[in-house]
Design a protein around this ligand. Sequence first.
Ligand code: BGC
Ligand code: BGC
Length: 599
Amino acid sequence: MSVGLNPEVERLLGRMTLREKVGQMTQADVHSLRPGAVRELGIGSVLSGGGGNPTPNTPAAWAAMVRQVEDEALESRLGIPLLYGVDAVHGHSNMRGATIFPHNVGLGATGDPDLVERVGRITATELLATNVRWTFAPAVSVPQDIRWGRTFEAYGEDPGLVSSLGAALIRGLGVDPDRPVLASPKHFVGDGGAMWGSTRRYDWVKGWWNSAAPDRWQLDQGDLRGDEASLRSVHLRPYEHAIAAGALSIMISYSSWNGQKLHAHRYLLTDVLKGELGFGGFLVSDWLGVSQLDPSFERAVCLAINAGLDMVMVPFEYERFINAVDGAVEAGIIPYSRIEDACRRILQVKSTLGLFAHPFGDGALLPLVGSDGHRAVAREAVSKSQVLLKNARSALPLSGGVRQVLVAGAAADDIGFQCGGWTIEWQGGRGAITEGTTLLQAVTAAAAEASVVYRPDGDFEGEHAEIGIVVLGEAPYSEGEGDRSDLALAAEDVGLVRRVRDQCDVLVLVIYSGRPLIIGEVLESCDAIVASWLPGTEAQGIADVLFGMEPFTGRLPYAWPESMDEVRSPNGRAPLFPLSHGLSTGRRDDSDRTDEHLA
Ligand code: BGC
Ligand code: BGC
């Protein structure tokens, strides 16, 4: 997708009042809109934030909720179509019943741009089914510190990998020529380079930093300290690839560079991104990100727009925002040409997306939401994302003919746990939050002739089996709520592994996590260890590699450290498993016997 001078847009611009232009620059939260506001104010965009779902949370209700504001926009004086945005960060991930793919950390482990492009296509199909034309994805962050709670949203620590997979997702989202879905690579720029302990809390902004735990919100939204050359080589690179792949909107980061907030960074937004890199789309702010710039909302708005922001995710005070910009233009604080430029960029993108011809999605796609075909691709993504860290005595693959399997760990039978944050709710949730297959169900199906005994707490008194599978990891979180100073396995998890160790011949550990964890003594006690990341709804993909229906091919997208000391000061230390580590297995053919593997 690319934008050129567009006569339709120029004609519209000529007819628009200042307030209508500012309306286009406004993005409001769907649940804070008063009925009629989109129509009366000519609001250009509406979003569902994390958990901004309809009741009931079904695909049909999503389609209706989005359609309602889209209809309102068409009833405004000029009838300019609306752009509806959501965080479809691993599939249409707020919606119950959607196909939920592995989070980006897992896609990073696949290293497979073709697969990621197909993930993008399917995500686009499920979005279009519900009339959504924009997703705030992909995160093209390049995390430098795994204590960050958004490590899992990124493809990995290597800018080359992030660049190639980010571009692939954008291509996939845009594949329908009539109704391409707009991507928003985020968060520009250097969100993954912030320093632990540098997060600032702005007392005049309510909304985050609520957590009482002392190690939350320490790195997320923080400050990157470093020179421009490294900012460019590590963090800017993925944006060059994203633009080349057709990205037409970019979300700005809450974080700062050498103490200066990105949301007010004229040099990086206007000179570098729009000037030097020739970015022709529009820039959108992050949720309440503009409000952080100054205790005076009116001053904050001027700082952001003059720095080069084109659309502001307000998300609540949309009317106040329009008044603030209107007043600032009248007072000569924001040049009128800046408003013209911002509005032109937004309308050109709407035109390039085909919104003027096709302002909605396509309800005929509703039956494809969460369909078997879509889930099959998610299952493939899961199997390709599994990283085999250790495989003593070729413990894996397991034989399909195994007679008894012990499964332990509450995570083994918990869809919410395997999906992680940004699933149904902003912070994700535990339990049956949506439809899918748990690892317990998948193992039970794969080991069809075995008796599978499941005890969440690993108490198998009196049982003994050939195979034990322990599933544990990190409970769901998102953003700074997931910042953690200590990534060691919890003591009860280590205890669980010890208990099951005594009851089986071969012990397999499956770790659900958004990043490498410090595994300590568990390394020795398990025969095989699988980094499973946050696989999403289709855990059959894990059983596929455990039982050798598919080979293990995943590779670590982050170096896996041995200790927290190494995370705090990585210089010169060899990690436990280096970047790109991952053992391979073949497919098991049916003549293979477990005892041969164990001999
Ligand atoms: C998230 C929103 C969420 C809100 C809750 C924001 O940071 O992005 O999606 O609903 O916090 O306070
Ligand atoms: C997050 C963004 C997200 C936005 C909308 C913010 O809190 O940082 O990644 O797109 O909320 O939910």
